[in-house]
Design a protein around this ligand. Structure first.
Ligand code: SF4
Length: 342
């Protein structure tokens, strides 16, 4: 393997001069690094930062996270999606207090035993929080390495992972893993962007094999995407006086344990569905959202009820709906109710 492929010196210098000032980079507190890594999966930095600040203010340490009420936990996470991540953070904090003397473990096997911690997060905690030469592969690092090495294998293949991990181990052994790991991540975010990379500003430009002839545009090589499934869903917003009916979502499904308006699949978004209970239905709002491989077009119908049925869910007013963490479609419906002054 060519040990001169990535020169650690210019890469580290570039990071120290250009890195964005981020709260978890102030002291590399392991708890802060862990929360930021979980929070920023699937979320852009600008969008995630206010969430991080709010979270650390409300739950400054492992003890407060382990004891937080589920309602407050979900409220702090509302809008980030993938609520199981927030629940796993709490479960992991409890486990750390129980089995690891209240400190995030510093070895990979123990980290992988925590709920919600996979190889990437374990690598990020070890490299960034504990400065260990442990490889970590996220989308930014994969893109930078694919281009520097002009790597033609699919980026998610086993061969790619092994090659890139070996490259990272070698790189990290030549400097500060914490700095070099973040330098690659930051370089991918700011310079080696998916489109129009800023090659003249890049510290890896002298050795990058894909920078010429626009070959960067063919790297990384992606595997075919899983097929998107399109669905139309109808949400029933039953109102009695100033309260709305929501159901607690069953374990094992999306949004387990969270509150959502009754929902059903419908054949097409063009047809007006029929309310399963008597009442005058009026279209409240239409919206779309994505969850895993599903792309959903939703419509919410407001049904005013004369009498309050004895249903097993909960009746909440708008104030209460603003206090709890809700799944994405319920947030959109709540916002439509607020806008309407309903
Ligand atoms: S030289 Fe260009 S393509 Fe190569 S790593 Fe740097 S920004 Fe990416």
């Amino acid at each position: 393997m060519d040990s001169k492929r990535i020169d650690p010196g210019p890469l580290a210098q570039w990071f120290l001069a250009q890195a964005r000032k981020l709260p978890w980079r102030e002291a590399y507190e392991p708890y802060h690094v862990w929360i930021s890594e979980i929070m920023l999966q699937q979320t852009r930095m600008e969008q995630g930062l206010p969430y991080f600040t709010r979270w650390i203010k409300a739950l400054p340490d492992l003890q407060s996270l382990a004891q937080v009420e589920e309602g407050e936990l979900l409220k702090l996470w509302e809008g980030l999606g993938y609520y199981s991540r927030a629940k796993n953070l709490k479960k992991a904090a409890q486990l750390i207090l129980e089995k690891h003397q209240g400190e995030l473990p510093q070895d990979k096997e123990a980290l992988l035993g925590l709920p919600g911690v996979g190889p990437y997060t374990a690598g990020a905690i070890l490299a960034i929080a504990f400065n260990q030469p442990e490889p970590l592969l996220d989308g930014n690092i994969e893109r930078v390495l694919s281009r520097v090495l002009d790597w033609a294998e699919p980026v998610k293949s086993k061969a790619t992972r092994q090659r890139f991990e070996a490259e990272l181990r070698q790189l990290f052994s030549q400097g500060e893993p914490r700095i070099l790991a973040q330098a690659l991540m930051e370089l991918g975010a700011l310079v080696c962007r998916p489109q129009n990379p800023l090659c003249p500003e890049c510290p890896l430009s002298p050795s990058c094999m894909a920078k010429t002839d626009g070959r960067w545009s063919q790297r990384p090589v992606s595997a075919p995407r899983p097929k998107t499934i399109r669905e139309n869903r109808c949400f029933w917003v039953y109102r009695h006086e100033d309260r709305y009916y929501l159901e607690n979502q069953p374990q094992g499904g999306h949004w387990a344990g969270m509150w959502l308006f009754p929902m059903e699949l419908i054949a097409t978004d063009a047809s007006a569905p029929v309310s399963p209970v008597l009442g005058k239905a009026q279209l409240l709002t239409q919206f779309s959202y994505s969850i895993t491989k599903y792309q959903v077009r939703g419509q919410a119908w407001l049904v005013q009820l004369e009498n309050r049925p004895d249903w097993p869910g909960a009746w909440m007013d708008l104030g209460e709906l603003k206090q709890i963490g809700l799944p994405r479609p319920a947030v959109l419906i709540r916002n439509a109710l607020s806008a309407q002054g309903a």
